[in-house]
Design a protein around this ligand. Structure first.
Ligand code: HSE
Length: 370
């Protein structure tokens, strides 16, 4: 059995990963070692009633080098500080990473096995040792539209994202909830009064949102009662980095010979978990809606076609319906009035599962089965 070191297992993606591994009995296939950057020597997680004691130092290269596989959800700065040192020391183990740091490297593979299992297997047989989870919106979009990509039907995509607070990390979720609480507290009395004045309520709430005491430490601007149409850093081209990743990562995952153009605007909204995406795509040829539906629905186990009617859309195609599941519903599918080859679609996925932890878990399984 392979020794697998886990770093960053306590954070949001890391804890979802551990939960999924417990659910799937993955720990029976490995010898796990838990590392920490801040709580060395303390107790680690409890798995199947066994508490892993004495957390190892995640900065100790000698200890890390004893691992056959390292799985990190610790974030980009940890990867920056450790990965190249390990490789320089000729550590030849497998590195599985949730952070984006290594995604652009030629000798890394972005993993999403329902889409690129063949590339992953080829990479393993060619001795590639670095496997990185993709950007959440990219992975979720690819699973949603995997069939269309496989059939080479997509000429370009324009996407508007609606990304949950948890995509930014745990402390952002906490801040969003505090913002929501502040809004509620400001008007709770008015809400219990049957003779409320809606203008008075909106005035009070707006005043709170714009007040300097509104919890803004992490987002820096209000999210509750608002939205933020920018995610990640500024590429200096008018695109945010999150928007830039759409085309780069999709084409890297697909190993495209001809680049599929992807652009859009990425927006943070106040959902807690689950990213949604509104898609306009141009197909490379004329295909009927029925055909498109079949191609999408038959591609993988997780994609789930939602008929384009109001009731099923509002009950099945939302973050609240999808959260905590591996389902990837795709709906609002129709031929656009813009032209014959243009289709709209809307998709939702849990960005902590298929958008982050699940591709890593499955990659680990591929390696432990070698
Ligand atoms: N960059 C994403 C977000 C996280 O901010 O929502 C998922 O990769």
């Amino acid at each position: 059995m392979k020794s697998v070191g886990f770093v960053g297992w306590r954070g949001m993606v890391g804890s979802v990963l551990l939960n999924r591994m417990i659910e799937e009995n993955d720990f029976s296939k490995i010898i796990p070692h838990f590392f920490s950057t801040s709580q060395i020597g303390q107790n680690g997680p409890t798995i199947n009633n066994i508490t892993f004691k004495n957390l190892k130092n995640a900065y100790n290269l000698n200890l890390l080098e004893e691992m056959d596989i390292i799985v990190t959800c610790q974030g980009g700065s940890y990867t920056d500080s450790i990965y190249s040192k390990l490789r320089k020391n000729n550590w030849n183990g497998y590195w599985i990473d949730a952070a984006s740091t290594l995604r652009m490297k030629d000798d890394s593979v972005i993993v999403l096995d329902p889409i690129n299992l063949e590339s992953i297997n080829q990479a393993i047989s060619h001795g590639i040792k670095t496997f990185v989870g993709g950007n959440c919106t990219v992975s979720l979009m690819l699973i949603a539209l995997g069939g269309l990509f496989k059939e080479n039907l997509i000429e370009w995509i324009y996407v508007s994202t609606y990304q949950a607070a948890s995509g930014a990390g745990a402390k952002y979720v906490i801040e969003l909830l505090k913002q929501m609480g502040s809004l509620y507290n400001a008007v709770s009395e008015d809400l219990s009064n049957n003779f409320y004045s809606i203008l008075e309520i909106t005035k009070k709430v707006t005043k709170i949102i714009q007040d300097n005491n509104f919890p803004l430490k992490n987002f820096s601007v209000p999210l509750a009662g608002s939205l933020i149409p920018w995610i990640d850093s500024d590429m200096g081209t008018g695109q945010s980095k999150e928007e830039w990743k759409g085309q780069f990562e999709t084409n890297k995952i697909l190993n495209s010979k001809n680049i599929i153009k992807i652009d859009g605007i990425c927006v943070r909204i106040s959902s807690i978990r689950c990213h949604s995406q509104s898609i306009l795509m141009k197909l490379s040829k004329n295909v009927s809606l029925k055909n498109i539906e079949e191609i999408i629905a038959n591609h993988n186990t997780w994609v789930n076609l939602i008929p384009n009617n109001m009731q099923e859309t509002i009950s099945k195609l939302t973050p609240s319906a999808v959260t905590g599941t591996l389902n990837i519903p795709v709906g609002r599918l129709r031929k656009s009035s813009i032209g014959e080859k243009y289709f709209s679609a809307f998709t939702v996925g849990d960005q902590l599962l298929w958008g982050a932890a699940e591709p890593l878990r499955r990659m680990l399984n591929l390696l432990t089965n070698i």
